[in-house]
Structure formats: structure tokens, C-alpha cells
Design a protein around this ligand. Structure first.
Ligand SMILES: [Zn+2]
Length: 260
């Protein structure tokens, strides 16, 4: 039984760039442990190059490429940035477009600009037949409404924070819902109910490392070795056996990302 960490950011500066032997060793160690697969998710073009490089080095490591809504404000040439993502998306071991989406938590970047990059990348994913990894922060309505305009697409809402109703509508359409360490926090409340409600063949788990370390590691630097805490919490909430739940979530992720 091996876990699949469906959302990691090992290029984050918290892991101490520039790339050193420590970080690579640490990631390799996770593969020898209970984590069988990891998806390296991108926030911009440079991030995509990093993830593609990592995926070529480790057998269980796969890449997603895309521009995060919080990073689209820094882009000087939109066409060039999108062409780079399209090029990266065609590389071996790239299994998804992401993370893309909408973030209304902060005033910037402007919502119209976020929407522009979101839709351009949804269209790219559709044209390539790739699934998408969606970031939705305080933008549930707009995210849902946008997704529905691309009925040919499937994907995952990562570190899910929406309602049980929205999760139901999405899973009915073949989408997946991914839960992070937030479900282990004492104030998870309403989210715990959502964890129980998602169909067994549509649920994924993730660390979103280096962020969102689960209890009992909350506040520390997060990594894929902590995924077991989130898996255990989700299994307990659902009244399922840990091993069976872990296996089901790995199988779901491999189905979504086309990993055999
Ligand atoms: Zn992320």
C-alpha cells in the first residue's frame, strides 16, 4: 500500500533553493517510505521546468505545468508565457495542467487577468486531453461557473474548501476532490462533513507542501512524509479502514492522471 501525494511544491523557496543534494535526498527518501507517487505542481514557467526535471529523475514523480492565479500579475508577455506552458505540456511525464484557477483572497492580481489565464489554460488542457488541477480560494461561485463552460474537461479541486453541494455537482460530472492537512485542524468543522460526503472513487489526498502541514506537524515545514496523517484523518471521518482508503485514493489519482 502506497500513498499518492497529488499536490507538492518542492521548488518552493521554503525548501531552500538553489537545488541542493539535501532536497533531492529528502524527496528520494519519501519514495523509499510510504509514498509511492508524487505530483509536482507548477505556479509558472520556471516552476514547470523544475517539475519536468524532477519527473525525469524519480520514477514515481510526475509533473503538472501551468500558471497559478497569484503569479499571473508578474507576466510581461502573455502569449509568450502561455506558449511556454503549451510547450511544457507536451513533455514526457507531464500528466496535468496546473495549478490554475481563481484566487479572490487578495485584491491582486485583478480578477479579469486571473480569469484570462484560467480560461486560456482550461482551453489548452481541453485541446491536449489533459486533466486540470484547480486552485479556488474564496472564489467558489466563479470557479464553478467557469468549469461548467468546459464540459469536456475533468480535473481536481485541490485543498478543497467549498461546499458539499458543489463537491456533489462536480463529482457527478467526473471531477475529483482533493483534501489537504486542513481536514486535520481542530476548526475543520464543515469541511469534515464534506470529507464524508465525497464518493469513494472521487476522493484524493495531498500535502500542498511546504504549506498546510497536518496535525500533529501543524506550523512546521510540510513534506510528503506527512501525508499519512491526512489519510488517517480522512479514513477515520469516513469510517473506512486506513489501508483500503489509502489504496483507493492512490488508484483514483492514477486513474485521473493516466498513470498505469
Ligand atoms: Zn498548490
Amino acid at each position: 500500500m502506497k500513498l499518492f501525494d497529488t499536490h507538492t511544491h518542492y521548488d518552493d523557496e521554503k525548501f531552500e533553493l538553489p537545488e541542493g543534494p539535501d532536497r533531492v535526498e529528502r524527496i528520494a527518501a519519501l519514495f523509499r517510505d510510504e509514498v509511492g507517487w508524487m505530483l509536482g505542481v507548477s505556479v509558472d514557467g520556471a516552476s514547470g521546468d523544475f517539475q519536468i526535471g524532477m519527473a525525469s529523475r524519480f520514477p514515481g514523480y510526475y509533473a503538472a505545468v501551468g500558471i497559478h492565479p497569484q503569479n499571473c500579475g508578474e507576466i510581461a508577455d502573455r502569449d509568450e508565457a502561455l506558449a511556454r506552458i503549451a510547450e511544457q505540456a507536451r513533455q514526457p511525464r507531464v500528466v496535468a495542467i496546473g495549478e490554475i484557477g481563481l484566487d479572490y483572497h487578495w485584491e491582486e492580481p485583478p480578477r479579469a487577468l486571473q480569469q484570462y489565464f484560467f480560461e486560456k489554460q482550461l482551453a489548452l488542457a481541453e485541446s491536449l486531453g489533459l486533466p486540470v488541477i484547480i486552485h479556488d480560494r474564496d472564489a467558489h461561485g466563479a470557479t464553478f461557473e467557469t468549469i461548467l463552460r468546459y464540459p469536456g474537461l475533468v480535473g481536481v479541486l485541490h485543498s478543497y474548501s467549498g461546499s458539499a453541494e458543489m463537491a456533489r455537482e462536480l463529482t457527478k460530472r467526473g471531477w475529483y476532490i482533493s483534501f489537504s492537512g486542513v481536514i486535520t485542524f481542530k476548526n475543520a468543522g464543515r469541511l469534515a462533513e464534506v470529507v464524508k460526503s465525497v464518493p469513494a472513487d472521487r476522493i484524493l489526498i495531498e500535502t500542498d507542501c511546504p504549506y498546510l502541514a497536518p496535525e500533529p506537524m501543524r506550523g512546521r515545514l510540510n513534506h510528503s512524509g506527512n501525508l499519512k496523517y491526512t489519510a488517517a484523518k480522512a479514513a477515520a471521518l469516513r469510517g473506512e479502514d486506513y489501508e483500503a482508503f489509502a489504496e483507493a485514493t492512490s488508484e483514483n489519482a492514477r486513474r485521473l492522471f493516466g498513470i498505469v
